[in-house]
Design a protein around this ligand. Sequence first.
Ligand SMILES: Nc1ncnc2c1ncn2[C@@H]1O[C@H](COP(=O)(O)OP(=O)(O)O)[C@@H](O)[C@H]1O
Ligand SMILES: [Mg+2]
Length: 337
Amino acid sequence: MNTVSTPTAIKPVDFNTYEKVDGSLVFPELYSKGEVQITRRKFRHQNCVDSNPDYIADEMLLRRALAWWFGLPDPLGFAGETGSGKTELFYYIADKLNEPVYLLQVNGGLMPEMVEGKTSLAQGETVDEMGVVPHAYKHGGLILLDEVDKANKALQSWLHPVLERKPLSLSLTGELIMCHDQTRVGLTANTFGQGGSERYSSSNKLDDALRARPGWLTVKYPEPSVLRNIMAKKFSMIPAGFRKKMCQVALEVQKVTENEDSELSAIFSTRTLVKWGQTMVAFGLNAKVEESLDFVSRGACDPDDWESLQAIYQRILGEDKSSTVGDVLKKYTPVKK
Ligand SMILES: Nc1ncnc2c1ncn2[C@@H]1O[C@H](COP(=O)(O)OP(=O)(O)O)[C@@H](O)[C@H]1O
Ligand SMILES: [Mg+2]
């Protein structure tokens, strides 16, 4: 018998549908089965972003961030050194909760009119297209104001109503938009917006109202055990003994440079460490360990301090520093009995 398929009308998905799921399915690192129920969006919107599958969230930070997510209306800011995992933590949480992300990459030249949207020409007609921030303000989702302490004065003023969930007036269209219930505002910054940072010279002083509105959590570089887990997850091909040494290099530089007025002006972040692993693998077995190390850290060190940084590398790595990766892998691979 021939079957004739009748076209079924595709029902549009309502992205504002929520479901309750067992917490252990969403954040297995925090919750055991039956412990909590988590409310999240049922469907993934096109603005959902797949987060780094190797991201390992700091447990306490994640707990506090979730407490904010589910209970507090004011914005949340993550402040900390570059490469400490601030931006990726927002992506991680949003991804798990099927929340669309609307990223605004802030820089000193970004003006309000660029954020509001743009007018373009389509089939001979001009159309106003709302920018991502007004769009998410009106329709819900996570607005991520990344590197917000780079904002200039004009943008800072424009952001006030957004941070306060007040009506937002768009000069582009003349429209007045209200804050959606499901709008959340996340911020990342290298500073708390106090200005005058020597290390982060493009960080501006944020006006008091802007600084005071969000709740801030400090994001520190991961603890040694977490760092080793991050590296183990990403670089199973590097023997554990040598991965540990690599982590020690990062931790030692981080310790020495902890204070902004430290003698050594260098940054060795989680990002740098991950890049070192990737570069080591890419350069191959015949390259020396120091080649990949220098490659990833040269640009994050004041030229005057390069020798002091090398001295730290030497102290931690010893003869491994100038050995080839092939030899080091052999040395650290446990002999099978
Ligand atoms: N907790 C973590 N787990 C896994 N990788 C991390 C973590 N924190 C940082 N990284 C690595 O560092 C990189 C930089 O993270 P990112 O969130 O962009 O830093 P920030 O926004 O603080 O400058 C990531 O792409 C990842 O490779
Ligand atoms: Mg970032």
